[in-house]
Design a protein around this ligand. Structure first.
Ligand code: GLN
Length: 507
């Protein structure tokens, strides 16, 4: 069994048994005053917003002590667009601190509890909602909102969607505005949408999918049109003409056997509808996780520098009598107190990767791997990558065994079902190291699409059932536990509509 790191705030867990409020899952950490819905395509839709996305008049803490009292004077573009379309923001959703984590246990507000209950009705100990957008996924699963905004840097929308049994979509990098979204790793950060159905996610995505002049990384209108034209000319929308690739590298040894049965069911159903299933290979996949953690930590280290106790947020004044000119002390004390353990670890790792001694072997190497991973994707898709026109060769995809390429890829979203939340006493610091590493492994199937900037959708595919995989037992006690399993649909950059249409066919 994979263990998970000890939560920041364990008092919440012990109070769970006595709690019966609608927020028993700790999904929403602040509630907006009730207002009327506006008019527009999202009239009547209630939305929860991840707490690293700025909301006017509502605190935006990023689940960090560092920003415990920060209330932005503006809405992020994505929030303004939802409000203008008639949606009502119901509150802010708990998350891992600054989006760093896979299990929503690194939060100053305490961990999020997965609202799912298996049909066996067994009362098992609380499980993780996944992270870092765990509050967003749990709020949707518990019916506290219709749709939720999350952010996905390396899987933070798709993993919690998979664990909670809801739909989670990470659009192509650059399509949804990041203006007003607190940066974690800028070259990877995407705003994502969670909902109970693909249809609900499409409704919000259509409103949000707009060029924003204020976001310097926004994809131009020209690129968007070019990609969507290519997407439409590569697939006419008929399932009978759809070619789906199943990448062999997405079945690593860490994958729980009970995950494969629901995936096989989905593939069988799509085949019945006339789709062609093609085995494909993305040979550089196994390097993705290491490259992701080097790149994202390096960018995080740089982004976290702004929390210095002077310009932003929490501030620890120097001890009485000390030299006020030594602002470095304010910086150090503020950051020691303001950041949680995981954020500090990423800052140290990222800073190290950027030092002169380590730069070539870590940071540059990770960037090279990122390019190779993008090249792998470009060689399986029928549609070319409009962001890399010279390197993609759409007429000859070489990594499919029949040389024809595929429209989308389909694979498990996660290696397992939701892990148990740890009890306050279960962790010693020696185990902590091992647990942190095993929590990084949760991302192994989601980070490749993030490095490629590709659209990726996790759709519920049923629950893990024991004895249905046709394979020997794994010794994993959570095998076949009746908890949700998600499958992911991934497409070429800009083929977001295609990915969502295939998601609808999977549901
Ligand atoms: N779990 C990954 C990390 O901790 C991804 C986080 C995210 O997508 N925000 O870096």
């Amino acid at each position: 069994m994979h263990r998970v790191p000890r939560p920041h705030n364990t008092r919440f867990l012990s109070s769970l048994s006595s709690s019966s409020s609608s927020n028993a899952y700790n999904a929403l950490i602040s509630h907006a005053p009730r207002t009327e819905h506006g008019n527009g395509p999202l009239k009547g839709v209630n939305v929860a917003v991840k707490d690293n996305i700025c909301t006017k008049d509502l605190r935006t803490t990023c689940s960090s002590r560092m920003l415990a009292d920060f209330t932005p004077p503006f809405d992020a573009t994505v929030v303004s667009l939802l409000r203008e379309a008639g949606a009502r923001v119901v509150g802010k959703a708990n998350c891992d601190e600054f989006g760093m984590g896979s299990l929503n246990v690194h939060s100053s507000h305490g961990p999020v509890v997965n609202p799912f209950r298996p049909s066996s009705g067994s009362t098992s100990p609380p499980r993780s909602a996944g992270g870092s957008s765990g509050g967003s996924a749990a709020a949707v699963a518990a019916g506290l909102c219709d749709v939720a905004l999350g952010t996905d840097t390396g899987g933070s929308v798709r993993l919690p969607a998979s664990y909670c049994g809801v739909v989670g979509f990470k659009p192509s990098y650059g399509l949804l505005s990041r203006w007003g979204v607190v940066s974690f790793a800028d070259s990877l950060d995407c705003v994502g949408v969670l909902g109970r159905s693909t249809e609900g996610v499409i409704g919000a995505f259509d409103v949000l999918n707009q060029f924003d002049l204020r976001d310097p990384t926004a994809a131009s209108q020209e690129l968007r049109t070019q990609a969507s034209d290519l997407s439409q000319s590569s697939w006419d929308g008929d399932i009978k003409h759809l070619r789906i690739g199943v990448p062999q590298e997405y079945f690593p040894t860490e994958l729980s056997h009970s995950i494969t049965a629901p995936l096989r069911k989905v593939l069988t159903a799509l085949k019945k509808k006339g789709a062609t299933i093609v085995p494909v290979s993305l040979p550089r996949t196994s390097y993705a996780l290491s490259a992701y953690y080097v790149i994202s930590s390096a960018e995080a280290g740089s982004n976290m520098v702004r929390y210095d106790g002077v310009q932003y947020g929490h501030r620890v004044p120097p001890p009485p009598g000390s030299d006020w000119t030594k602002t470095a002390r304010v910086f150090a004390h503020t950051r020691t107190e303001g950041f949680g353990r995981e954020v500090k670890k990423r800052v140290l790792l990222g800073t190290y990767a950027l030092t002169a001694d380590a730069f070539d072997n870590y940071f540059l190497q990770a960037q090279r791997i990122r390019e190779l991973i993008k090249a792998d994707f470009d060689e399986v898709f029928t549609a070319p990558n409009v962001l890399r026109p010279s390197s993609s060769s759409p007429s000859q995809p070489t990594l499919t065994n029949d040389g024809q390429g595929v429209h989308v890829l389909l694979h498990p979203s996660a290696i397992r079902t939701a892990p148990l939340l740890p009890s306050a006493s279960s962790t010693t610091s020696a185990e902590g190291e091992e647990e942190d590493l095993s929590s990084y492994v949760q991302d192994v199937l989601t980070v490749p699409a993030s490095l490629g900037g590709l659209p990726a959708l996790s759709v519920p595919a049923g629950v893990a059932q024991s004895g249905s995989s046709g394979q020997e037992g794994t010794g994993d006690e959570e095998d076949g536990d009746g908890w949700p399993v998600g499958v992911s649909v991934v497409g070429q950059w800009g083929c977001d509509r295609m990915v969502l249409d295939v998601g609808r066919a999977v549901e």
